[in-house]
Write a protein that binds this ligand. Structure first.
Ligand SMILES: [Mg+2]
Length: 266
């Protein structure tokens, strides 16, 4: 396995997960080989995802389960970025969480209290939002009232949808938009395309030329641009070839059918 000339010209690679390394439960074609080849060439990797549904440890287990090698410190989830932002606050804030168990842990690890299922739910100091599949109307109700009462609204991203095997599914941005619409308050977004998650990844990778590879025009291509990085687009996720080729500001440095097509030569 040899690397493509594109990959050979970079020191580090930041990979999106959903739509790039996997779709649903399955690796994209030859993704494990592509990741192995990047490592064999001595390049460092980071996995950056807007999906806060799993903890970094769980992402590593999922990567292993589809045949990709990974270490916990290589995974930068949007939960990591939210934890970073919440850590700027005085410890002990009450935080209403719309998200999976992993996000609750990030809030606690940032030194704060969970406001969910307490009398203080509607008087939380902050509301944090990441898509999770058990989202219910009561979350929207409590979070809306908390924001009306002055809570800061922080979201893991504005992705409208994400690819699944059965078709597109509504993303973190769809839930966030519901809250924004109900309250008239605009959320602070820390997920892609905001550069914060990329900065956390760059901090771990160290100096060198870094290429971002992802499937999403806004969050991956736009986010990489906001962080001052080159990005290549794959067509295994949300973006069609027509839309990828029409992207000019910013323009992807390359477009490939999938990760392996960009990374491997021949
Ligand atoms: Mg993606």
């Amino acid at each position: 396995m040899t690397l493509s000339p594109l990959l050979a010209s970079y020191d580090h690679v930041i990979l999106d997960l959903d739509g790039t390394v996997w779709v649903g439960g399955a690796a994209t074609p030859r993704a494990p080989e592509a990741i192995t080849a990047i490592r064999a060439a001595g390049k460092r990797l980071a996995f950056v995802t807007n999906d806060g549904g799993l903890s970094p440890e769980e992402y590593v287990r999922k990567l292993w389960s589809i045949g990709c090698t990974a270490a916990v410190e290589e995974v930068v989830s949007v939960g990591s970025a939210i934890q970073f932002v919440l850590a700027e606050r005085k410890p002990g804030a009450r935080v209403y969480v719309i998200g999976a168990p992993a996000l609750f842990k990030h809030v606690v690890d940032a030194g704060h209290q969970i406001a969910n299922n307490t009398p203080e739910a509607e008087h939380a100091d902050a509301v944090v939002v990441v898509l999770h599949r058990d989202f219910v109307y009561n979350d929207l109700l409590n979070a809306t009232r908390a924001v009306f009462n002055g809570a800061e609204l922080i979201t893991g991203g504005m992705d409208r949808s994400f690819p699944t095997v059965g078709g597109p599914a509504p993303g973190t941005g769809a839930i966030t938009a519901a809250l924004e619409y109900a309250t008239g308050v605009k959320a602070r977004s820390v997920g892609k395309p905001d550069p914060e998650v990329f900065r956390v990844a760059l901090d771990r990778l160290g100096p060198g030329r870094t290429l971002v590879i992802g499937d999403h025009l806004d969050s991956d291509l736009g986010g990489a641009h906001a962080a001052g990085l080159d990005a290549a687009l794959v067509l295994s996720g949300t973006t069609s070839r027509e839309d990828a080729e029409a992207a000019v500001d910013p323009r992807p440095v390359a477009i490939g059918e999938n990760l392996a097509a960009l990374v491997l030569s021949g």
